[in-house]
Write a protein that binds this ligand. Structure first.
Ligand code: GTP
Ligand code: MG
Length: 464
């Protein structure tokens, strides 16, 4: 069987260029040029002698003087690196010019390169070409973005593993197993109904079971993948004045939000980043939840409620120095005990809260003002977010991968149900398996469309 059906155009023959480094004051700025004319473009700005040998230059760093190709204005010195197709990032001829950093020198160097005939690259276009030229599979191309955007060491390690092919390798291996089963099933289609060798069907059933288990093992990594890529959304909620802003500040270790004895101090939600066990957290302080006549505060409360509904985990505060009120109980009813950590704040004051009424909830006693109980709170947060249970996996799938894996899982399940019906079901089994293979193929980019590539690479920065 051959489910490969690509509907994307081949890489363009245009030569592209972009600044590969961030703008602003810096030691160096790198302009990267890729495409069939990369060497001619570089030669025009670097004023290379006519007998310049690109063969000799490949893989070496050369000191060149850069001038504008039209005006001849001398711009800078640069280090020129040459990579010849296919041994380059994109698989095309690539030249990199490293000039002095800083917005103005970098812009002038790029302008000179564009004036020499290169076109400004679109976001992610270098990596897109690398994919189209077979230098990377799609999971590796996506890992490039994950790596650039990683906010913690652990997220970077996971992205690095994916870039090394951990996920792509597993998907390809499952894909190969699946297409082999599919080929065996298709071979049976030539037999008469009563001649179908029973052993083949039974063996296919066993192999499909093993394949389904591997697909589901990958699906199980989505939660970690989501936390590492997007960060865990942890929302601090509760009545006014229970100490939400004090807790945000205590966890951050700096006075980020205004703390005051006046109830209703915080109106806007305040989001800050924090790393917990190598996982990025999006920690949000919210307006105290209460009915209010003030339209501004009401808007804050509405935003807080929306965040509570989206949270990976709610850090809900109660005032340990007060008894549980009707408002508290109403708010608890909106929360799910599995996704909530109740923090009983103000443990430094005489306790009045009836803890027995909170059976079935995850509870921690803290004083946001004095910092008591915060290590325990962090440990419970990590536990409830499932950060401890996660062994360092080679592959943590993304939302896009999950969607395709779920489709493959459904198709394989349907095929397994049809399998015992033998002859009359086998055509349908093969169809389901082909469809599952297509879904897996879209993960690695064995099958792709322009739309899919646009969606993936538009998230990149220009120059990557
Ligand atoms: N004794 C004691 N007081 C605290 C503690 N945490 C906060 N407070 C006090 O409680 C009051 C309210 O604190 P905030 O952190 O502003 O409370 P909040 O929940 O953000 O309040 P709103 O923004 O109005 O919803 C302030 O006077 C704090 O100093 C604590 O652990 N112990
Ligand atoms: Mg507040």
């Amino acid at each position: 069987m051959d489910p490969i059906a690509n509907s994307a155009s081949p890489p363009a023959a245009e030569t592209i260029a972009a600044l590969a480094t961030a703008t602003g004051p810096a030691g160096i700025a790198i302009v990267r040029i890729s495409g069939p004319d990369a060497q001619r473009v570089a030669a025009a700005v670097a004023r290379l002698p006519v007998d310049f040998s690109w063969d000799a230059a490949a893989g070496r760093a050369l000191h060149v003087r850069v001038a504008h190709p039209r005006s001849g204005e001398r711009l800078d010195d640069a280090i020129m690196l040459c990579f010849r197709a296919p041994r380059s990032y994109t698989g095309e001829d690539v030249v990199e010019l490293q000039g002095h950093g800083g917005s103005v020198p970098a812009r002038r160097l790029l302008e000179a390169v564009l004036a020499a005939g290169a076109r400004l690259a679109a976001p992610g276009e270098f990596t897109r070409r690398a994919f189209l030229n077979g230098r990377l599979d799609l999971t590796q191309a996506e890992a490039v973005l994950d790596l650039i955007q990683a906010r913690t060491d652990r997220a970077a390690q996971a992205a690095r593993a994916q870039l090394d092919g951990a996920l792509g390798g597993e998907i390809s291996s499952i894909y190969d197993r699946l297409t082999a089963v599919c080929a065996d099933i298709e071979a049976l289609l030539d037999f008469d109904e009563d001649e179908v060798p029973a052993g083949v069907v039974a063996a296919a059933a066993v192999r499909l079971e093993e394949i389904a288990a591997r697909v589901r093992a990958l699906l199980a990594t989505w939660h970690t993948g989501h936390l590492l890529r997007d960060g865990a959304l942890v929302v601090i909620s509760g009545r006014p004045n229970v100490g939400k802003s004090s807790l945000l500040n205590a966890l951050l270790g700096r006075p980020r939000a205004i703390v005051a004895a006046t109830p209703g101090t915080t109106r806007d939600s305040i989001e800050e980043s924090l790393a917990l066990d190598g996982v990025p957290l999006r920690l949000v302080d919210t307006a105290g939840l209460r009915a209010t006549a003030c339209s501004i505060e009401a808007e804050g409360v509405a935003r807080a409620s929306a965040l509570v509904a989206q949270a990976d985990l709610n850090l809900h505060l109660l005032d340990a120095a007060e008894t549980l009120g009707g408002d508290d109980l109403d708010q608890l009813r909106q929360l799910s005990p599995a996704r909530t950590l109740l923090a009983l704040n103000k443990s430094d004051l005489p306790a009045r809260l009836d803890v027995a009424a909170l059976a079935g909830w995850h509870i921690v006693s803290i004083s946001a003002r004095h910092g008591d109980g915060l290590p325990r709170l962090r440990a419970l947060l990590a536990e409830l977010l499932g950060l401890n249970a996660v062994a360092p996996m080679q592959a943590d799938v993304s939302a896009r991968h999950r969607q395709e894996l779920e489709q493959a899982d459904r198709e394989i399940a349907a095929a397994r149900e049809l399998l015992p019906r033998e002859a009359e079901g086998l055509v349908l089994v093969a169809e389901r398996l082909r469809s599952a293979a297509l879904a897996l193929g879209r993960i690695t980019g064995r099958t792709y469309s322009d739309d899919l590539l646009d969606a993936i690479f538009s998230r990149f920065c220009v120059g990557k």
